[in-house]
Design a protein around this ligand. Structure first.
Ligand SMILES: Cc1ncc(COP(=O)(O)O)c(C=O)c1O
Length: 412
């Protein structure tokens, strides 16, 4: 398959050049980074924005009367407005800065403790990342609630019929991924949320693998909570977002308490502050939030539609080249996969394949991808995952296929 050049109307190489880490060679090979689903590379503007904060504006937010603190606070709060627009939240108080998707989900699962009773049902999709499983299991331990997995169809898609059957149990919470991190499969999120809402369930959507690849509109999805991490969308590690409908966020018991989140404190009684501060106890990851803002600005000045089309074309090319190579098992292939493709070299251990690819400077992830229940349902103990981002190009795919072919010749 030839990539249609008409899709990439902008200068893709110029875009790629903005990611310094991609310019290196490892051994004799150029780095071929196909592990974007684990964490994306960062453009120079993100690195610069964080450096600038530390060099010139380093101060705590919301606290002091001095100018550095004012600047830091303005920058920090400006990013909240950016995120509000980016995901189309209805107001900025619905955007909470966390340290990542994992923390965001923990905050919701912990925060709902007083609203959940014994035997309440929580539905989770089988393909979920552990971050969207374990916090719910802990909630179930605290409350006596019952977790029910939503099964997959034979082709590893969420089974809508089984989901509808499970909804008859009137679940209190439905926690689903927007895009599977291991397989790149996309759930029909609007439909799933609408069905869950119709039976009165609270809905949490794990968007960790979606925000970098799809346009996300939380009002259109109509979920109660939407969570994601900065580092998977070209921003820094250590910052994430918990979006929540105001009413639902306001009812969460704060998981962290202390400074910043209070209105008044005395030894008799503490009154919590209003959203968003109520859920942001302590000093936040200021530089990282500013870096996330730079990543969003960076993404917004790119021709997003064209980039998404470019990624789609690359994904198809990648899948086709893998199929052409032969002796490859692919998992979860659907009409549209986003960001990632999961595979094994027939009869070979995924770890061996990963190490041999690494020797040719090809970075893929191998293992259970923090999705052990998914691996069990596919009858696998692990697999390899190649994942792409906006900077990935056809040469990356060709280098990967060439390297995998060499691994195949060596092992088979
Ligand atoms: C779908 C999904 N959910 C949650 C997470 C956890 O994200 P973080 O480690 O940034 O908290 C990941 C990370 O790989 C993910 O892919």
């Amino acid at each position: 398959m030839k990539l249609a050049s008409s899709v990439v109307l902008f200068d893709h190489q110029a875009l790629r050049d903005q990611f310094p880490a991609l310019k290196q060679t490892i051994g004799d090979h150029p780095l071929c980074y196909l592990d974007t689903a684990a964490t994306s590379q960062k453009p120079q503007v993100v690195i610069d924005a964080m450096n600038e904060y530390y060099q010139f504006n380093n101060a705590n937010v919301h606290r002091a009367a001095h100018q550095l603190s004012t600047r830091a606070t303005q920058q920090y709060e400006a990013v909240r407005l950016q995120v509000t627009d980016f995901i189309n939240a209805s107001q900025s108080q619905e955007v909470i800065f966390t340290h990542g998707t994992t923390e965001s989900i923990n905050m919701v699962a912990f925060g709902l403790t007083s609203q959940i009773k014994a035997n309440d049902v929580i539905l989770i999709d089988t393909a979920a990342h552990h971050a969207n499983i374990v916090p719910w299991q802990e909630l179930a331990k605290r409350t006596g609630a019952v977790i029910k997995p939503i099964p997959l169809t034979a082709d590893a898609q969420l089974d809508i019929t089984a989901f509808e059957q499970l909804l008859l149990l009137k679940p209190k919470v439905v926690a689903i991924s927007h895009v599977s991190n291991a397989l790149g499969t996309v759930n029909p999120i609007n439909e799933l949320v609408a069905k869950a809402k119709a039976v009165g369930a609270l809905t949490l959507v794990d968007g960790a693998q979606a925000v970098a690849h799809l346009s996300v509109d939380v009002q259109q999805i109509d979920c109660d909570f939407y969570v994601f991490s900065g580092h998977k969308m070209y921003g820094p590690t250590g910052v994430g977002i918990l979006y929540g409908r105001y009413k639902q966020l306001d009812q969460l018991t704060p998981m962290l308490t202390g400074g910043e989140m209070i209105k008044t404190v005395s030894f008799n009684r503490t009154v919590f502050g209003a959203l968003p501060n109520r859920l942001e106890a302590g000093t936040p990851a200021i530089a990282e939030v500013i870096g996330l803002g730079a990543a969003i600005s960076f993404l917004l000045q790119l021709p997003r539609e064209q980039l998404l089309a470019h990624e789609q074309q690359l994904m198809q090319y990648l899948q086709q080249q893998l199929q052409k190579l032969g002796d490859i098992e692919l998992y979860g292939i659907a009409p549209i996969n986003v960001g990632a493709v999961a595979f094994n070299l027939q009869g070979e251990h995924h770890q061996d394949v990963g190490i041999l690819l690494d020797q040719q400077a090809v970075a893929v992830r191998c293992g259970h991808h923090c999705a052990m229940p998914l691996m069990a349902s596919l009858n696998l103990n692990g697999c390899c995952r190649a994942s792409i981002g906006i900077y990935t190009n056809k040469q990356d795919v060709d280098q990967f296929i060439h390297a995998l072919n060499a691994v195949k010749e060596l092992l088979l």
